[in-house]
Write a protein that binds this ligand. Structure first.
Ligand code: HPA
Ligand code: ZN
Length: 326
């Protein structure tokens, strides 16, 4: 069968992954031991058994617990390096990685430790793996806009080490417009802007991500299919949707992969992409997302080519670099 080989071999960009979501159970336990952190799970198997999610919040509770083992700059480096090696194996040639500084600063870890460790892995990835890697700082939307401003302030001395900001964590009840002022400030600073919207939340959240926050991409965005006027807007403005099929499956956004709407989004002319979101928790890195989604939904080689092209079009590499890939 040639389609699976094409899916694996084709160069691709990953535009939606949370680096804390790449922490495999084995690395969580190794870092817990190295740092003397106690975990509420007896062993790797017990932790993995807890990965039975019913919605976004049931995942986030375990994801934040897993991140509690990260204390030193080397921990952040080791986590990112493990992901970057795995991404290279899937022929990811460009990745734009989210990180959640507030998950760490809330535990007393300095933001410098977080950013320097992750950034050093990005620099090494270019030199040693041929993977172009960049960082996007995410604000936690269950916290206040004032706390987002404090985080931005703490991060600005390291502003050359991240390319943009995003918005993640618990979506419903925390609409994009809650962060209107801090996104306006980030826009003035020349940062790229993205936000999670329409994962579990309604099309109205995608509209406000576009019109209030003025984001360049929408993370997930799959609920947009419920609003034909929004679908037309996303197509007309070529706003990329960073879709995460295995994440959507594991968090019960769709009851099974056969029901996933990726094909609907692509066939409507949207710039949809495939991404892994939190690969250590959702059962697959990039190629596993491609293989399982194509097997379940009957996408074709033409769709594969489109998804690869979309991933580079939607990325924040410069136009000359895009021209080399598309
Ligand atoms: N949605 C919201 N917040 C997140 C996610 C997600 O899929 N992954 C990590 N934080
Ligand atoms: Zn996400």
């Amino acid at each position: 069968e040639r389609l699976p080989a094409l899916l694996c071999a084709m160069p691709k960009a990953e535009l939606h992954m949370h680096i804390e979501g790449s922490l495999e159970p084995e690395l969580i336990f190794a870092l817990a031991q190295r740092n003397g952190v106690a975990l509420p799970y007896a062993d790797v198997e017990a932790l993995r058994r807890a990965y039975a999610f019913t919605n976004l919040q049931s995942f986030l509770d375990i994801y934040y617990a897993g991140a509690s083992v990260l204390l030193k700059e080397q921990d952040f480096y080791d986590m990112a390096w493990a992901y970057l090696e795995r991404a290279a194996a899937d022929n990811v040639v460009r990745t734009e990685m989210f990180f959640d500084p507030q998950t760490h600063t809330a535990r007393g870890v300095d933001i410098q430790v977080v950013i320097e460790g992750l950034h050093r892995a990005c620099v090494d990835a270019e030199a040693k793996l041929g993977v172009s890697a960049a960082l996007i700082l995410c604000f936690l939307r269950h916290l206040s806009e004032e706390e987002a401003f404090e985080t931005l302030e703490q991060a600005l001395p390291y502003a050359t080490k991240f390319i943009g900001v995003g918005l993640d964590s618990s979506e419903v009840g925390h609409p994009p417009e809650k962060f209107a002022k801090v996104f306006a400030r980030c826009r003035e600073l020349g940062l790229h802007l993205v936000a999670h919207a329409g994962e579990e939340g309604p099309p109205a959240y995608v509209w406000s991500a576009l019109d209030v926050l003025k984001v360049e991409r929408v993370d997930h965005g799959v609920q947009s299919a419920k609003d034909p006027v929004l679908m037309a807007r996303l197509a007309k403005d070529r706003i990329p949707l960073t879709v995460c099929p295995l994440s959507n499956l594991k968090l019960c956004v769709f009851p099974d992969l056969k029901q996933h709407n990726l094909k609907t989004l692509l066939d409507a002319g949207l710039v949809a992409t495939v991404n892994s979101d939190d690969p250590a928790y959702f059962g697959g890195y990039m190629n596993e997302n491609f293989l399982q989604t194509f097997a379940a939904t009957g996408l074709t080689a033409q769709h594969a080519w489109q998804l690869a092209a979309n991933s580079f079009e939607g990325s924040f590499i410069d136009d000359a670099a895009k021209a080399r890939y598309i």
